[in-house]
Design a protein around this ligand. Structure first.
Ligand code: MN
Length: 460
């Protein structure tokens, strides 16, 4: 009987109307202009910056696997097209202006069996560049040489000119040495007079990406909402005898259903001994009675990640032992969240959680001193969140940054791993816990899981 089931507020959130994608496109277009302005200011008149797509993660005959654009390139173009290059220059490149996109475009109705190519007009509209600044990749070499002021082979970078390009990364990812950009960058790098003026482009992008705009925060909220709905469903569904991949599938289903392109990272669903493997993603094991299940998941909404962890008892009730360790981790997590505020050192939440966990583990008799207790805490307890799950590192917290707070304790001898992770926005006043809709006290988790079991017995 469904009317006997308590419906928590999260389910009501699920029914809320999604934001209109056209609005999000317009907000992104505004952001793109501002971001490119900031890049131009950062590279100065003598700077030239190149970003390129990364290769698709998977290949097979005749299959277009899901493609996810390089974060920095997407940050400045809004595009999601393979084999795309963005060239920016402090001095205008002839009549093309300060920014040019090189990508394959369609001339009309395509004959390809796969995903249709966008038209030049579509690329222009998405990126906010004028149509003449959208070129095919065959024009890349000449335009790049022109922007750099490097004519033929062996000619040097003009005095003062700086190239911002991730040469090493491109080489690692298999960009051929005869690729025009790669070849020129490598040649300049070997040259004594210009070598030091070829610098990684990510150094220009990193500081811009640390502070999130209202559009970016809205995307992170959407990713978190979808993930929260998935976690809510998972907590109701989990029971002994279920496989870890069933939990993974349920959460992935809700993220996709709510508009996420996919998951920001492979779902971590670790039961029993796997709860002690912080980055376990095989998700093949059968969940057994009496175990804990660590669920660390996050949807990817328009290139922005969520990253939320909950640890729940397989049978819906914590044992006294599990409860005592769980409540220690929860206290540490809540104390760490409290110190998130503008001006705080980014490492402060980690220090606070570590101190409390150390003391608590000593009190539980698991270690003789707080230093020894750290063998149960093998990973960092906080990281910035954004386009990358582990986003660009920061030193001092400032409004508009988003960080995770995720202390964990792993008692391998007892197959007892616990991690609790929330996503926290730094605000002018202090903080907002963006993932607060997902239950995390022992009482709230047990109540929600009891709801799921009630529904099951009602169906029988
Ligand atoms: Mn995390």
């Amino acid at each position: 009987m469904t009317n006997r089931i308590w419906i928590p507020p999260l389910l009501l959130l699920l029914l809320a109307a999604p934001a209109v994608r056209a609005d999000e496109d317009a907000d992104l277009a505004e952001d793109l202009k501002a971001r490119r302005q900031k890049v131009l200011a950062a590279i100065g008149e003598e700077g030239v910056l190149v970003l390129r797509s990364r290769p698709p993660a998977r290949f097979s005959n005749d299959v277009d696997y899901p493609f996810r654009e390089d974060n920095d390139l997407h940050y400045l173009t809004g595009l999601n097209q393979p084999n795309t290059v963005l060239l920016m220059s402090g001095r205008p490149i002839g009549s093309l202006g300060h920014a040019v996109i090189f990508t394959a475009t369609s001339r009309g109705a395509g004959s390809s069996l796969g995903n249709p190519l966008p038209t030049r007009a579509e690329v222009a509209a998405q990126s906010g560049l004028a149509e003449p600044a959208i070129l095919g990749t065959q024009e890349l070499e000449a335009t790049f040489r022109k922007a750099l002021g490097v004519r033929g082979k062996g000619s040097k970078l003009p005095a003062g000119r700086v190239l911002h390009y991730n040469t090493m990364q491109a080489a690692r990812e298999g960009v051929a040495e005869n690729d025009p950009v790669q070849a020129i960058a490598m040649e300049l790098q070997k040259d004594r007079s210009s070598g030091r003026r070829v610098r990684p482009a990510r150094r220009i992008l990193a500081p811009l990406r640390t502070i999130k705009s209202p559009y970016e925060i809205a995307c992170i909220r959407k990713a978190i909402h979808a993930t929260a709905v998935g976690l809510d469903a998972a907590m109701r569904a989990i029971r002994p005898g279920q496989f870890e991949y069933e939990v993974d599938a349920l959460i992935t289903y809700h993220c996709r259903r709510l508009g996420c392109e996919g998951m920001a990272f492979p779902c971590i669903v670790g039961s029993g001994p796997n709860s002690c493997q912080p980055h376990y993603t095989l998700n093949r094991r059968c969940i057994e009675n009496g175990e804990l299940v660590v669920i660390d998941v996050g949807g990817d909404y328009r290139h922005y990640a969520a990253d939320i962890t909950r640890t729940v008892p397989a049978n819906g009730e914590f044992t006294p032992r599990q409860r005592s360790v769980y409540e220690l981790v929860l206290r540490a997590q809540e104390a760490a969240i409290e110190v998130v505020k503008p001006g705080a050192a980014a490492g402060e939440p980690d220090r606070v959680a570590r101190r409390l966990l150390g003391e608590g583990l000593v009190a539980l008799g698991l270690a003789r001193n707080t230093r020894e207790a750290m063998r149960y805490c093998p990973h960092g307890f906080s990281h910035p969140l954004g386009m990358d799950v582990h986003d660009v590192p920061v030193r001092t917290l400032a409004p508009g940054m988003v960080v995770t707070i995720e202390p964990g304790v792993y008692l391998r001898e007892e197959d007892l791993g616990i991690r609790i992770e929330d996503d926290v926005l730094v605000t002018a006043q202090g903080r907002e816990v963006l993932s607060s809709a997902v239950p995390k006290t022992v009482e709230a988790i047990e109540a929600l899981m009891a709801t799921g079991r009630g529904a099951e017995s009602a169906r029988r």
